[in-house]
Design a binder for this molecule. Sequence first.
Ligand SMILES: [Cu+2]
Length: 158
Amino acid sequence: MKFLQHCAIAAFFACAASPAFAQSASIKIEQPWARATPAGATTGAVYLTIENKSAAEDRLTSAASDLAATTQIHEMKVVDGIMKMREISSGLPVPAGGSVALKPGGYHVMLIDLKKPLKAGEKVALTLTFEKAGKVEVQAPVQDIKATHPPMDHKDMK
Ligand SMILES: [Cu+2]
């Protein structure tokens, strides 16, 4: 019920001028999106860009979503010609005054043991926890299964 309530509130704010809600003053989340998952898939990925507007480095230490039993921060890297994925257990650093992009082929938020498939047009509610900025709520629109980038019109909504 709490989740549904949250969605209703998020939908309300999405209609207002600013797409940002529950964001901290120092950390700004840009262009969040998730990729739709095929039927039967148990994992999904969310991508976004984290901007750190403060003068001190921050660190994304964890992520959580009601849609998955486990949510981890992952890194994808080519090791000896093989694409490998691993959890960043020490957290993802976001430099002072800089940004970090989570995108296909690189960093991503991994949803493990999905409770239902991610469908295009829906939204994934994520709570990101930063070492200094604390919790930041994100609503990531689900894009087509073949999508490789966030929706193009999203940038104009700022
Ligand atoms: Cu992953």
